[in-house]
Write a protein that binds this ligand. Sequence first.
Ligand code: SF4
Length: 338
Amino acid sequence: MVRWQSQTLDAEDGALPGLERAGFVRSVQTPEFEGITFHEVLCKSALNKVEGGNLPFGWTVNPMRGCSHACRYCFARTTHEYLDLDAGDDFDSQIVVKTNVSAVLRREVHKRSWRRETVALGTNTDPYQRAEGRYRLMPGIIGTLTESGTGFSILTKGTLMRRDLTLLTQAAQQVPVHLAVSIAILDPELHRGLEVGTPSPRARLELVRTLADAGFAVNVMVAPVIPYLTDGRAHLADLIEAIAEAGAAEVTAFPLHLRGSTRGWFLNWLAEAHPALLRRYRQLYGRGTSVTPEYSAWLRGRIEPLLEKHRLNRERQAEPEVRAAQSHTPDPQLALFA
Ligand code: SF4
């Protein structure tokens, strides 16, 4: 039975084996989040070590798994399968919330062995997705990292970040704080089809403006660029101009990556919405996960002049160590972007 009157502790939701492993406590449904079930868990650890790679962060914190922003192309979809949930609708609607993440993080960053390496939030699922409005995990995480002298970066599509602006501004006076906003699509119809649960592109541009006005050098991720849908000259020119006008400091862009279950989920949408493109996608991706090197080079050639025109390619001009600190998720293989 679904009980809407109160926050429901519904025994019949019963934990799936994968959720049991994740420290399942209870499942909750509320009228404000129709169609979404929150699975509250108690995590054993908050910090995840990032192995290898040349990323500008050594650790990540992921307060939630699954994401109601529901982007068709999301890289993180496959991670839901580890919980015995599916990578499609379940990823969008069955949200696992680590309700004790701040307390666990506090314990971890107060260990003598903690070396205060940069921590990234938003590399797996979006920490400012709608659930954050209910659970308010980010203020505790931001406060804990700041108190411990640990710099951090946050990548989001969620305008809810604005709620924590004062906290973020205070944090930035004590530790390095890098903020990034993902805006890959300007076209309203494509946005509705591909990023159905996210705030509108215009709302995210306003977020960039707010963060820039507060003094942050905001990175905007124009990613993923969707071949044949968002790589048109006019779309990219309008998008990058709008980002520049919003006051962003730099742009990082790369093309759509299709791996694991994300591939089928995205291609199913493509088959319905743009069937004429299926053949071209087969040619572009073959059986692999990435576009061809020729397409990558072509896209770079199209985007770089736009970034130069608007002086949004500072990253490439900066000293290597500055570049490492500013670049958020440069490797699409590792960038599970928000
Ligand atoms: S791409 Fe980011 S915002 Fe979109 S569903 Fe995935 S984690 Fe959420």
